[in-house]
Ligand binder design. Structure first.
Ligand SMILES: C[S@@+](CC[C@H](N)C(=O)[O-])C[C@H]1O[C@@H](n2cnc3c(N)ncnc32)[C@H](O)[C@@H]1O
Length: 368
């Protein structure tokens, strides 16, 4: 349906009313099916279907997981109707399976295309609808911890698969001299480190380096500390920058910030602090959402725009406005031009977009 201007004075056309209703209810279908995807992930329905790699009746699937067959049947009807699960109508029963691509996205946590992270935290994200009307009145949003401990798990599961496959082999070598410097021993900080995946990965790969992850989320920092202990990595630590700020003494070799600057209440100040923390030959790797300069361009070119603006209201912009006067950049609020302008304002002089393929993110190498 066209989103262009229409003649506002004309009476509603019944056919167009039907089409518009279909548009609106297709959004509700997406939201409800997203809830069913959450259940498929949480109850292990996808992993079981992926594991067996064959067609099963819904009763067989329910029995394998010790679940009630009637509930699994209704769930799988939703999934087949939504074309997520494949169905074969045999004469004795309907049987269901996951195709190879579905297995990767729904059930293979080690694959870079694994997509269940955002669905993991769907109930918490949707629950924000309870408090957001007040935010619309006051202007003040909610930080990541408002989504509870599962919010941090969802974020971790969203970003880990790609980071696990690409951070060390693709991203770090794209910056001149960086792997050698990390191998020799460098001081590194990961800002907005979440559950610590990237920081621990860098610390493990470069034992002569020392990595500090900074985050304001108590739940993320707890997960990071647990993981550090589990993986017995000693050259990494995690801090809350409100108590233990980034050292602004020109002592760091390398700073990273993955998908977090647009979530911050004071991104310009944080960029200034990153600049002051770095040696004159230090490097800042900024990774943030690929965004476009204008809303008009975003509407035209970004097929995920409505999803991203919605996530922004419920999560990113809400976080970025979680104190009065927060900058409120939000999910699509840091296009390259803005990142460059803010980096210059923070005292950086060199800015280069890295040639790294990613469906959502852009990568920038920024130097003093
Ligand atoms: C979308 S998550 C990304 C987490 C992590 N970088 C990853 O890739 O998994 C954004 C993170 O930024 C953190 N954050 C927001 N404002 C912050 C600030 N001022 N300083 C440090 N972390 C902050 C949030 O708590 C959240 O964990």
């Amino acid at each position: 349906m066209s989103t262009g201007p229409t003649d506002l004075g004309t009476p509603p056309d019944p056919d167009k009313v039907r089409m518009f209703s279909f548009l609106i209810f297709s959004k509700l279908e997406g939201a409800v099916t997203a809830g069913m995807i959450h259940l498929g992930d949480r109850l292990g329905l996808y992993t079981e279907l992926a594991r067996v790699e064959q067609y099963l009746t819904s009763d067989e699937l329910a029995a394998r997981l010790g679940l009630h067959p009637r509930w699994v049947q209704e769930w799988i009807h939703n999934q087949a109707a939504a074309r997520i699960v494949e169905v074969r109508h045999d004469t004795d029963a309907d049987r269901y399976a996951l195709g190879p691509e579905a297995r990767v996205v729904l059930a293979d946590e080690s694959h870079p295309a694994f997509g269940m992270g955002m669905f993991h935290r769907l109930p918490q994200t949707m629950n924000s609808l309870q408090v957001l009307p007040e935010s619309f009145r006051t202007g003040v949003g909610h930080d990541y911890d408002s989504h509870g401990p599962d919010g941090a798990v969802g974020i971790e599961r969203s970003f880990e698969p790609w980071s696990r496959s690409h951070l060390l082999p693709t991203v770090l070598p794209s910056m001149d001299g960086l792997p050698e410097r990390l191998t020799a021993g460098a001081r590194v900080a990961d800002i907005g480190c979440g559950a610590g995946g990237a920081a621990i990965r860098m610390a493990s790969a470069f034992p002569n380096s020392h990595v500090v992850g900074y985050d304001i989320s108590r739940f993320a920092l707890e997960r990071a500390a647990d993981r550090k202990a589990r993986e017995s990595v000693s050259n990494v630590e995690f801090r809350d920058p409100r108590r233990d700020p980034l050292p602004e003494d020109g002592s760091l070799d390398f700073v990273t910030a993955f998908d977090c600057i647009h979530d911050m209440t004071h991104p310009q100040e944080v960029m200034g602090s990153i600049r002051r923390s770095l040696k004159d030959d230090g490097i800042w790797l900024l990774v943030d959402i690929k965004a476009l300069d204008t809303f008009e361009e975003t509407m035209r070119k970004n097929p995920m725009a409505s999803l991203m603006y919605g996530i922004s209201v419920m999560s990113c912009m809400s976080s970025a406005m979680s104190v009065p006067g927060g900058a409120g950049l939000g999910t699509l609020g840091l296009p390259e031009s803005k990142a460059r302008e803010m980096a210059v304002e923070a005292g950086f002089t060199r800015f280069r977009r890295l040639d790294i393929e990613h469906s959502l993110n852009a990568f920038y190498e920024i130097r003093p």
